[in-house]
Design a protein around this ligand. Structure first.
Ligand code: ADP
Length: 127
């Protein structure tokens, strides 16, 4: 799989972009979210950079989280969580079990599929 270098803000430097899922190189813009043509990119983001507005409305299944922890420890995260980037901020509206498994394992970052969105995208997700 090809690796790309992505220009990230200082606070996100050193996180690796693995590949763009559409086969194109990701954007080299300074906010790091979404590919050049708006296509998603796969990137590792620090957990604390991902805002999760819906988290209090959802309860995770503890058994699922435990199973994911065991699996992630053994084989790593196989499917990145979906994240939307709006104006330099990252929002996660799904992948709650995978996120919690990473938190509980003490992992600092999680592999994300980042798509660029607008404030309207956010409003839509929050509805
Ligand atoms: P979430 O709230 O994170 O979406 P789900 O239980 O609904 O939790 O789905 C778990 C997802 O995690 C599945 O899509 C599965 O393919 C994915 N996954 C990624 N990495 C792993 C792994 N190492 N072991 C098991 N499932 C994994």
């Amino acid at each position: 799989m090809a690796n790309f270098v992505l220009q990230l803000p200082n606070n996100l430097r050193s996180f690796t972009v693995f590949a763009s899922s559409n086969g194109r190189a990701p954007s080299s813009s300074s906010n790091g979210g979404g590919g050049e043509n708006g296509g998603p990119v796969i990137v590792e983001l620090p957990l604390d950079k991902i805002k999760r507005p819906l988290i209090r409305r959802r309860a995770n299944d503890p058994n699922k989280v435990k199973e994911l922890m065991d699996s992630i420890k053994e084989i790593g995260l196989q499917v990145p969580i979906d994240v939307i980037e709006v104006e330099g901020n990252y929002y996660g509206f799904s992948g709650f079990h995978r996120f919690e498994a990473h938190e509980r394992l003490g992992l600092p970052a999680i592999r994300c599929k980042v798509r660029r969105g607008t404030k309207e995208t956010l409003r839509h997700q929050l509805r």
